[in-house]
Write a protein that binds this ligand. Structure first.
Ligand SMILES: NC(=O)c1ccc[n+]([C@@H]2O[C@H](COP(=O)([O-])OP(=O)(O)OC[C@H]3O[C@@H](n4cnc5c(N)ncnc54)[C@H](O)[C@@H]3O)[C@@H](O)[C@H]2O)c1
Length: 257
């Protein structure tokens, strides 16, 4: 497989991440078929992609892209509630959320989805998960395309943030890995190859971020500082971090409004 073989991207889950990843792919000239559960969510996704805080209209107003680029991107976007509409995509990226309010992600849901998709999407297509924490090999295991299954872990807002962790398993074909690294570059990202590890611990960014969060909470519980903001002050003024660990906890998830 070569990067040129990727022409249409299937985006499963048009939430915070799906919207951003789709914008990046669309602005690079890819066709995107975005799937979510119902038409209401899809309409909200489209509106956010155009008019939201990180939407394309703002990029046009700031001179980052032209109106023609935005119009072309919108023309290349298809939204659907039907899984079957993803059957001929070349690269499928999954970014579905959890089943319960406030739940970031749910492994059983992803496993069931990949199992279903494996029977629907053409066998040459590459599957990628944007999972923050789950081991990619576990997700790949429910499919018959372990050599074409990897992690593409974007950061939020995904059309602005440049990093992608490209997570490889021992079964992944080298060609597919390199094609996906090139795909990331084509959509304006900086890919970093990351070895998949067992244990659902996250990859590089989230492992380090989780460790920092754990230690910050411990410091607070032990009464080492009087208030959470003190931890942020130590890290921003003492280490020149742009934001402290406590402030960063108030997620990027709400950032599109
Ligand atoms: N938010 C972040 O900062 C961030 C960063 C990196 C990775 N991730 C990962 O990306 C994934 C999605 O996160 P998010 O923040 O975009 O969640 P979100 O809740 O904003 O969006 C998830 C979307 O998935 C949809 N969905 C649920 N089941 C579906 C299905 N079977 N088919 C299609 N759509 C379905 C929901 O309706 C929702 O619109 C998670 O695995 C998360 O860990 C999130």
């Amino acid at each position: 497989m070569k990067v040129e073989d990727i022409k249409t991207v299937g985006m499963v889950g048009m939430g915070v991440m799906g919207r951003g990843i789709s914008i990046s792919a669309l602005l690079a000239g890819y066709k995107v078929i975005g799937r979510d559960l119902n038409d209401e969510i899809l309409a909200r996704a489209k509106d956010d992609m155009i008019n939201g805080r990180f939407g394309m209209k703002g990029a046009v107003d700031r001179g980052k892209i032209s109106k023609e680029q935005m119009d072309q991107a919108i023309a290349n976007l298809t939204l659907t509630a039907k899984l079957e509409d993803l059957k001929s995509v070349d690269l499928l990226i999954e970014a579905i959320g959890g089943a319960n309010p406030g739940q970031l992600e749910n492994k059983d849901l992803k496993l069931q989805l990949f199992k279903d998709l494996d029977g629907i999407v053409k066998k040459e297509a590459v599957f990628a998960s944007n999972t923050s924490f789950f081991t990619i090999r576990d997700l790949a295991a429910v499919t018959n395309r372990k050599d074409k299954f990897l992690g593409l872990h974007f950061f939020s807002p995904a059309n602005i943030m440049r990093l992608v962790e490209v997570i490889w398993t021992p079964e992944l074909s080298k060609d597919v890995l390199e094609a996906c690294v090139e795909f990331c570059k084509k959509i304006g990202k900086v890919p970093v190859k990351v070895k998949d590890m067992p244990g659902d611990l996250g990859h590089v960014g989230n492992r380090i971020y989780s460790a920092i969060g754990r230690e910050a909470r411990k410091i607070l519980e032990e009464g080492v500082v009087e208030k959470p903001e003190d931890i942020d002050t130590v890290m921003t003024l003492g280490f020149n971090w742009p934001i402290g660990p406590m402030a960063m906890g108030f997620g990027a998830r709400a950032g599109w409004k």
